[in-house]
Design a protein around this ligand. Structure first.
Ligand SMILES: Nc1nc2c(c(CN[C@H]3C=C[C@H](O)[C@@H]3O)cn2[C@@H]2O[C@H](COP(=O)(O)O)[C@@H](O)[C@H]2O)c(=O)[nH]1
Length: 375
């Protein structure tokens, strides 16, 4: 956490101490939506087309209804663990924590046949699903890849172990393998020091607040702290731009997996979670006409040029996408009072839809190329 940011937990404790009695401390906020709106209001390379957003809201909501999108959609994916599939809840929590520590940067410039892929259950899995398949396969092979004790064991858990866990069915290896090892090592050390070596204790510390858990993750684990002071940028604000993609998707995965219930899925403020700023949703929003690029940015994306992590373009792409999904969400709720829709379910729908389009080969503009551990 940067020095200029107040420690929300400390502020809460201070308030209660000064009051001499526990009082309802102000509910924590993640600051992501505020960051997104700020960047949107200062963007010159990314804009939102309001008519397309309005049309998208109608189309998205009707499709979500037809496909009955709900938190249960999460466990319907064959690779995701779930108590109904015989997995112990505590093991599911450990799986989701390990998965979202590593849930980044699977894109490849190779062809569909040559790109990094994991063979599991008789299928070749690519992208995000290669991560899930690799973790499931490792567990079946008796490698405790979701156990923070194992992550700290420098003799047993080496780069070779991780290479084996994510061994590819093609000549291309999983990207950023060393960075993934560092994420697990760091998280294992911090969990050991502060949370009795299990992510369960992080969740109980958050007292069923999604925002507090997101802040806890980004304040405690540097590899979850997806905040940036944009580089060459007109943004003059003092505070970092908070996007917190993997911290937020971790909370969302817990909420969706446990369907908003029980000790690990109940979050009274789950609607504070925004869309997860990755490389797929901006692509889908652009495909729907909602997100518009300046000519130089459009050219860079179409030519698949590297767009550096933390750069002005990249921050605008990700933050404006968060704001775009927020406007779509507001439009859906305005047109359908009482609709059971939040940014998480809209996001899940958009991700699944762009993946179907990728499968059908109907993407028209590529996703942007940024190689980073943040998404
Ligand atoms: N915003 C957003 N980003 C998501 C997901 C998911 C998968 N979530 C599942 C859970 C419930 C849903 O129904 C999904 O089936 C992965 N990603 C991100 O995308 C990138 C991987 O892309 P590709 O290489 O093409 O697979 C990478 O940054 C990864 O972190 C999502 O839902 N939303």
């Amino acid at each position: 956490m940067s020095d200029s940011e107040p420690d929300l937990e400390l502020l809460e404790l201070l308030r209660q101490h000064l009051a001499g009695k526990p009082q309802k401390a102000s509910e924590p906020e993640t600051g992501v939506l505020e960051s997104a709106e700020y960047v949107y209001n200062n963007s010159i390379d990314v804009a939102l087309d309001m008519r397309s957003c309005k049309n998208a809201a109608k189309a998205i909501y009707s499709q979500m209804q037809i496909k009955s999108y709900s938190p249960a959609t999460w466990s319907s994916h064959e690779l995701h663990p779930h108590p109904s599939k015989g997995d112990k809840p505590e093991d599911v929590v450990a799986f989701i924590f390990a998965m979202d520590l590593l849930n980044f940067s699977f894109w490849s410039e190779k062809s569909e046949e040559e790109r990094f892929a994991i063979e599991y259950k008789g299928k070749k899995w690519t992208g995000y699903w290669s991560l899930v398949a690799g973790l499931q396969r490792a567990l079946e092979e008796g490698i405790p890849i979701t156990d923070p004790h194992f992550w700290q064991n420098e003799d047993e858990f080496t780069i070779e172990t991780l290479r084996h866990v994510f061994r590819s069915a093609t000549s291309e290896q999983m990207p950023l393998l060393q960075a993934r090892l560092s994420c697990l090592r760091e998280a294992g050390q911090i969990l050991y020091e502060k949370y009795s070596c299990h992510p369960l204790h992080l969740i109980t510390t958050s007292r069923h607040s999604a925002a507090r858990l997101v802040n806890l993750l980004s304040d405690t684990f540097p590899c979850f702290n997806d905040s940036h002071f944009p580089l060459d940028t007109p943004f003059t604000r003092r505070k970092p731009i908070r996007l917190l993609k993997r911290a937020q998707i971790l909370v969302a995965d817990l909420w969706a997996c446990f369907e908003g219930q029980g000790p690990y899925g109940t979050f009274h403020d789950i609607d504070k979670i925004t869309m997860f700023a990755d490389y797929r949703i901006p692509q889908m929003l652009n495909q729907m006409g909602c997100l518009q690029y300046s000519p130089p940015l459009e050219t860079a994306i179409r030519l698949k040029r590297d767009i550096p992590s933390g750069s002005n373009w990249e921050i605008q792409l990700r933050a404006c996408s968060i704001w775009c999904v927020e406007l779509i969400r507001r439009e859906i709720v305005k047109e359908n009072p009482g609709a059971k829709v939040n940014a998480i379910l809209i996001d899940f729908f958009l991700y699944d839809t762009i993946k179907e389009m990728e499968e059908e080969g109907s993407e028209t503009v590529p996703h942007h190329r940024t190689r980073s551990i943040w998404y």
